[in-house]
Design a protein around this ligand. Structure first.
Ligand code: UDP
Length: 404
């Protein structure tokens, strides 16, 4: 559901609200378009669903275009996504051709007459080359760019150089090899999204029952796409160690993004490997796309685990902190921007299965600790990671590029 900016007065001060309206006044009539490749599943879709309506409500004429691609195209862009995060890729001429041609096709029917274009992630990156460029273009990349496959990066760089600004999620992702202007903007969550709104006990119970999730034992949850970088198999290993000491259940909840063809294989492998544990109910695997269920799970969990091997930012961490939940997460990428070890959660080396288990056991045995971490977590999100702050960042950047 699209929200209006005024509904956010409950989360931001009057002064901030006034400043937001004032900043947006400079952009009345400005036409902006966002492009990405998925309407749901994953953090980018999540952010755009909240941001695009708010940009319109505040007076910026903002569109949202979706790059259409074949399964082959998404196979390739997933490989690119993995390679940008450190995997290697066999960059064949065929892969390049399908990747570029999909963007050529998109540019032929996706007419742009906007004052500013914002392209998200690698899928629509090359499209810039197939327009007569008459406005600023921003490439907003949500993944960790610090160690990309060099061959792929050299190939993509030709497109990146044509952009006016590159936005990344962390200082650490700034590319020293790019003469291009680069900015850091942290992602954010929408507190009014059904995924983040307050839920009463009755609604939580209803959803947990509907998805057959018992609450007789403490729940440990990871909410994440079934993706090898989210390390669901690693989470199961952690769970097995915990389970020897404390009786609890593990819930792994992950939607399948339309632009992520690997998720089905990752899920199937996990399902086979956990067969005996899912049969007796120790582990519950969920693939339904349901925002209120995610909300209910995050609110019910005794501990949220995020055992990512790479993580551009990690909105699931933000969402859990917002719900005052203790989070035990990998010390990687954007998670480190959100969790201060021991203050609002715990950070653990991604491959240290035992340390993950120890921290979770500590929280399960000391409920007061979980409450303390959770309280601090919510305050931090309120200060830094709500959608109103992201809206303000975009307003300022667009103003600077279009009108300065
Ligand atoms: N998500 C969801 N259902 C699921 C799994 C994930 O709605 O079953 C959402 C999650 O709540 C978060 C987003 O997808 O809002 C994932 O964003 P994140 O930055 O954590 O990771 P990404 O998927 O972008 O790598």
């Amino acid at each position: 559901m699209a929200h209006k900016v005024e509904e956010y007065t409950q989360f931001v001060s009057d002064t901030e609200m006034c400043e937001l309206y004032k900043a947006a006044r400079r952009l009345y009539g400005t036409r902006v378009v966002h492009t990405n490749s998925s309407y749901y599943g994953g953090g980018v879709a999540e952010i755009l669903s909240a941001l695009v309506p708010l940009m319109n409500d505040i007076g910026i004429m903002t569109g949202w275009r979706l790059l259409r691609g074949s399964p082959d195209f998404f196979d390739i862009t997933k490989k690119f996504h993995n390679a940008l995060q450190g995997d290697s890729v066999n960059l064949t001429e065929m892969k390049k051709k399908i990747y570029v041609q999909t963007n050529v096709d998109f540019a032929t029917y996706n007419h742009i007459n906007h004052d500013c274009v914002i392209v998200h992630d690698p899928q629509p990156l090359p499209s810039i080359k197939f327009y007569r460029k008459t406005q600023p273009w921003i490439w907003r990349v949500h993944i960790d760019l610090s160690k990309p496959d060099e061959t792929l990066w050299d190939f993509l760089k030709h497109y990146v150089l044509k952009y006016d600004v590159l936005i990344v999620s962390s200082e650490k992702y700034i590319r020293r090899d790019l003469p291009l202007e680069q900015r850091v903007i942290h992602p954010a969550i929408d507190p009014l999204d059904p995924k983040n709104i307050f839920l009463d006990e009755k609604t939580i119970d209803k959803y947990l029952k509907k998805f057959r999730i018992p609450t007789d034992k403490p729940l440990i949850c990871q909410i994440s796409r079934f993706d090898k970088w989210k390390d669901p198999e690693g989470v199961v290993k952690v769970f097995k160690i915990i389970k020897e000491k404390i009786d609890c259940r593990l819930v792994l909840c992950g939607s399948m993004a339309t632009d992520d063809p690997e998720s089905y294989q990752t899920f199937e492998r996990l399902r086979k490997n956990t067969n005996h544990l899912t049969k007796n109910g120790d582990i519950i695997l969920i693939t339904s796309e349901n925002n209120i269920l995610v909300n209910a799970l995050q609110r019910t969990a005794a501990v949220i685990i995020q055992k990512s091997l790479r993580e551009g930012f990690g909105l699931t961490v933000t969402e859990a902190l917002w719900k005052e939940k203790p989070v035990v997460a990998s010390k990687v990428g954007g998670i480190q921007l959100q969790i201060k070890d021991g203050e609002n959660g715990f950070l653990v080396a991604p491959d240290d299965t035992h340390a993950f288990a120890d921290k979770i056991i500590e929280i399960l045995k000391t409920p007061k600790l979980g409450v303390m971490l959770g309280k601090k977590g919510k305050q931090d999100v309120k200060k830094k990671f709500l959608i109103t702050r992201l809206l303000r960042d975009y307003i300022d950047l667009i103003h600077e590029l279009v009108h300065a």
